[in-house]
Structures are given as structure tokens and as C-alpha cells.
Design a protein around this ligand. Sequence first.
Ligand SMILES: [Zn+2]
Length: 374
Amino acid sequence: MTLGFEILGTDGAARRGRVTLAHGTVETPAFMPVGTAATVKAMRPESVAETGAEILLGNTYHLMLRPTAERIAELGGLHTFMNWPKPILTDSGGFQVMSLAGRRKIDADGVTFRSHIDGSEHRLTPARSIEIQDLLDADITMAFDECTPHPAEHGTAAESMRLSMRWAKLSRSAFRDRPGYGLFGIVQGSVYDDLRRESVTALTDIGFDGYAIGGLAVGEGQAEMFRVLDVTAPLLPDDRPRYLMGVGKPGDLVGAVQRGVDMFDCVLPSRSGRTGQALTRRGAVNIRNARHMADPRPLDPDCACPACTGYSRAYLHHLSKADEILGPMLLTWHNLHYYQELMAGLRAAIAGQTLDDFAASFAEQQAAGDMPPL
Ligand SMILES: [Zn+2]
């Protein structure tokens, strides 16, 4: 017994699906807001749910250091701890510890690293990462892997990918199968087609409940990312969910859905919300720009989020310039709402087999740009 996945419809390579998990169902294609430290920054969990999000991402690295996975388990697991009753996917900690340049040492069995909080020494291995994600009660657990840096020579990328495949096997052995819970393997191999193929074969031989594509959106650019997806996605089993990690911009989501990806996560909508950047159907809008100073119009007149229905651009501009906490709260809400609306649009378009039209109209609106100033 594992998680459930059904495909409700297709349009080209795109899939309209449903993942059934211990804490609820997730309609796919789905976007997962990032709740790094057991919170989506600046948002109450009830508000995150109101945007339409059905699943969140939590970070093993951050939670194992503070407040610790054991503490969260004692308090009833991550869902109870953060008051988010819906599904949660946790990353393995691999990506974060690899980015601790100078503070981590990789060996054949795992990674020893120093905490960014107090410098204390910790160790993550495939078995320990799976144990932590179990303690957190993640609906979807990610295999422990090494995210290959970009750019990487073929030899380096091959060595890194093969280490990840060894760790994938150890992750699978450590994972406790139970109804409604699943373990995803992560395809690596940088931008090299032969390595991506080898990685898919290694993972499907082990057998996972879902498959993630890792090592993208690390600086290779959208065209190269789409090319790697064109090679990789068709190799993955049709009957398992596919998750593109750490992606991305609205246009990345549309293009990846067209290539058969079902799940996404990215800090972009929440992080941008904290720096005055709104992501809209007309592209990115910097609310700190002086042209919004006296503009009584909403950020996006066609958006039903609280920021757009209740407030003017002038007010959002003022909040941001005055460093008021409500500014990031409203912009994060708008950005997450926009992302969920985009995903709902993609799901409806796949169901109606009008995805190409949807993508064309999306691109046209993005290219048209923001409303001209008054
Ligand atoms: Zn809005």
C-alpha cells in the first residue's frame, strides 16, 4: 500500500491527475508553496489553503536543526505542529546541505555538516533523512540525494548521479511503506541525456511511488531545462506522479506541464512577495516602483485575492516603502493565489484539451506586460 495516483485526462504529453495521500487529495498539475521552517512566511496556514494550495513543502534541513524532528514528532507531527491538516511533502535535506559550501563534507555514506544557526555538527545519511521525514509525518518523502552543481563536466555529473542512485537504494530500504504515504526517487544527471537515462533506469529498477526530476533550475536556463525534460519525462513510468523540483517562474510551469510534469515547488512566489515583487498574469510588477505611488487601481483588476480586491497599488506601494509587515503579507497572498489560479487554469485546459490555446494566451498576456501608468 502506498499513495494513490490516477490520471483523469491527458492533452498531448500533459496529464490531469489526482494524488491520494494520508492527509487528503491533491489535484495535479499542482504547485506546492514552500513552508521552510514549518511556516509559509507571512501567511497563516488557513490563508495558504484559501489560495487553493492542497499540499505544502517542508524542509528537512531546517526542521532537523530547529526545533528538531524528534520535538515535532512528540508534538504530533508537522501537520499538527503547524496547523496544516492537508498533505505535506518534505525534501531530503540533500539540496540544502550541499549548498553549505565550506561547512559540509560529503563521503560515500552521507554528509557531515555544521549548522548555519550555531555551528554545531550534524550528519545526514539516506537512512537518517528518511527517519527524519518519518518523524515529521510527511505524506511524501524524498530520497536523499546529491544535487549536482551546475555547470558540471560529464565525469563529475556521472559520479555525482551514481552516488545519488546508491543513496536512492538506501533510502528505499529505510522507508516504511504504509497506506497514503509515498517515497519519491530523484532523477539526476545534469544536462547529459545519457546520464539522465541511466538515472531513470536505476530508479525504476528500485521502484518508487513517484519520480522527481532534480538538478534543474540551477542556472542552465529555461531552454536547456525544457530540453532535459523532453528527454527525461517520456522515460518515466506513466502511472506515477512526476515532480520537477525547485521550479519555477510561471512560464516554466506552463512549459513543464506541457512536457508531462505533475508537481512543482518554488520559493519564488513567497520570496518575491517579501521583496515587493508581484507575479501577475501580465508579468512581474515591482510595487516599489514610483509609478505606483498615486495609482488607485488594484494590482490586477482580474484577480480575486484579498490584495487585489481590497487595496490600491498606491497603498501596496506605501506599505512596501514604509517596510510595513502587511506589505509582504498581501503580496505573498497575491503571488500564491496567482500561482494556484494558474495551476487551476492548466488543469481545466488539460481536461478540456485546450492546453495549447491556454499556453498561447498565457504567453501573449505575459508578453503584453503590466497596465500602463495612469
Ligand atoms: Zn491578487
